[in-house]
Design a protein around this ligand. Structure first.
Ligand code: ASP
Length: 367
C-alpha cells in the first residue's frame, strides 16, 4: 500500500467585511470580500464551521491526463470550500475502483471507524471513488462504519481533463452533505448529479451517462441544490445500527456471483466451490430461476456446506430462495431485493460473523 499522504486545510482566516458575491453554481452565499491571516491563538469563523474528513481513493474524479489529482488538489479544486467546511484528508489510494482489494476495503472501514471514534467533533466523512464499483464500496461502508455520522461516497463520470468535468460540483455537494446535521442516521450515501441516494439501493445504470446512478423505484433520499434536502430515510439496518465489527474481521471469505442465462452450465458453481468459495450468489432469471445444470451446481454447493443466496438478474424486485426450500438442514437463503453484488457483500460479512444459517437469514431480512 502507498504511504498515507496527509493534507490539512484549515485556513485560519478572519472576515473583515462580508458581502454577497455572485453565487457559485447558482447558490447565493455570503463570502468575505477581504481575508486576512489570523494571529495565532485567536478564534476564527473557520473554527465554528463543520469539519469534514476526505479519504481519496482514486477513480475518474481524480484521473487527470498526465497525473491523478491528489487529495490536496481535490480539496483545493472546490471554490470557496473553506467558507463552508473545514476540510482535511488523506490519500488512501489513487487507483480505479476495480483495483481496490477487499483487504483495502477492510482497512478503509477501520480507518473511518477510528477517525469517528477519536474525533467527536467531526461532522462527517467523504470518500472519493471510481464509479464502476462505487455502489459496492458504499454498501460495504454502510454495513461496517458504525456511527450516526454520514459517510458520503462520491465520484464523477467525466475526468478532470474533459470539458464539463462534474467532479468539482459533486465533491462540493458531498462536503455539504457530510456537513449537514440531517445526514446523521442515514448511514452511507452516494452523492452525484445533485442527488443523494442510499448506499443499499443505488446502482450504476448506464456505462457513460452523467445521470447513471439511480435507486430505481425506491427513488432518491434527497437532493443537493440551494440546500441539502431529505425526503425519506432508509428503514434497513446500517451505520450505527449495524452489527458488523471490522476490528474482529481479519479477512472476507470468498463469495462468488453466478449469472443465469439460457443453458448456463452448473460446473462454474462447482468450480467456485472447489476453489474455496464459502458462498454463492445466484443472479437468476426473473424471480431467481436457474438453468437445470445450475440447479445441480447449487445442490453440489449445498452438500459441501456452502451458502447459496438467490437474487435476480432483472435489476429489481424481490426473490425467494430460488427454487427448493430454505430450511434448518440447508444453507439456502433469499437475497430479498438486494442487487447480486450487494448480496455478495452482505453474505461475506455475515459469514465472517456467524456460521448459523438462521442468523444469516435474519441478517438478510434486516440489512
Ligand atoms: N474506471 C473508473 C473507476 O471506477 C470509472 C470512474 O471512476 O468513473 O475507477
Amino acid at each position: 500500500m502507498r504511504p498515507v499522504v496527509r493534507a490539512i486545510f484549515s485556513f485560519g482566516l478572519i472576515l473583515t467585511s462580508t458581502v454577497a458575491l455572485p453565487a457559485v453554481d447558482g447558490r447565493s452565499i455570503g463570502l468575505s470580500a477581504q481575508q486576512t491571516a489570523q494571529p495565532a491563538g485567536t478564534a476564527t469563523q473557520g473554527d465554528t464551521l463543520p469539519r469534514v474528513y476526505l479519504f481519496a481513493t482514486g477513480g475518474t474524479i481524480s484521473n487527470r491526463d498526465g497525473g491523478r489529482l491528489t487529495v490536496d488538489e481535490l480539496i483545493k479544486s472546490v471554490p470557496n470550500l473553506s467558507q463552508r467546511v473545514r476540510a482535511e484528508g488523506e490519500q488512501f489510494s489513487n487507483v480505479s475502483s476495480g483495483e481496490i482489494t477487499l483487504a483495502q476495503w477492510l482497512d478503509l472501514s477501520r480507518r473511518i471507524n477510528d477517525r469517528f471514534k477519536k474525533d467527536a467533533d467531526l461532522a462527517g466523512v467523504v470518500v472519493t471513488s471510481g464509479t464502476d464499483t462505487l455502489e459496492e464500496l458504499a454498501y460495504f461502508l454502510h454495513l461496517t462504519v458504525r456511527d450516526e455520522r454520514p459517510v458520503v461516497v462520491v465520484g464523477s463520470m467525466r475526468n478532470p481533463s474533459t470539458t464539463g468535468y462534474e467532479g468539482v460540483a459533486n465533491l462540493e455537494d458531498a462536503f455539504r452533505v457530510a456537513a449537514e446535521p440531517a445526514s446523521r442516521g442515514m448511514g452511507a450515501v452516494v452523492v452525484l448529479n445533485d442527488q443523494i441516494n442510499a448506499a443499499r439501493e443505488v446502482t450504476k445504470t448506464d456505462a457513460r451517462l452523467l445521470n447513471t446512478f439511480s435507486s430505481h423505484d425506491y427513488g432518491v433520499l434527497g437532493t443537493v441544490l440551494d440546500r441539502v434536502a431529505y425526503f425519506r430515510k432508509p428503514l434497513k439496518r446500517g451505520g450505527a445500527q449495524s452489527e458488523f465489527d471490522v476490528t474482529k474481521i481479519q479477512a472476507l471469505p470468498r463469495v462468488d456471483v453466478i449469472l443465469t442465462y439460457q443453458g448456463a452450465p452448473g460446473d462454474l458453481i462447482k468450480a467456485a466451490v472447489d476453489n474455496g468459495a464459502k458462498g454463492i450468489i445466484t443472479a437468476g432469471a426473473g424471480a431467481g430461476a436457474l438453468s437445470g445444470s445450475q440447479s445441480e451446481g447449487t445442490a453440489y454447493a449445498l452438500e459441501k456446506g456452502v451458502y447459496v443466496v438467490s437474487t435476480t438478474r432483472t435489476g429489481g424486485g424481490t426473490v425467494g430462495t430460488g427454487g427448493g426450500r430454505g430450511n434448518a438442514n440447508n444453507r439456502r437463503i433469499s437475497g430479498d431485493d438486494l442487487q447480486p453484488v450487494k448480496a455478495r457483500i452482505l453474505l461475506m460479512l455475515a459469514i465472517a460473523t456467524t456460521e448459523d444459517v438462521g442468523e444469516i437469514r435474519r441478517i438478510f431480512r434486516e440489512y
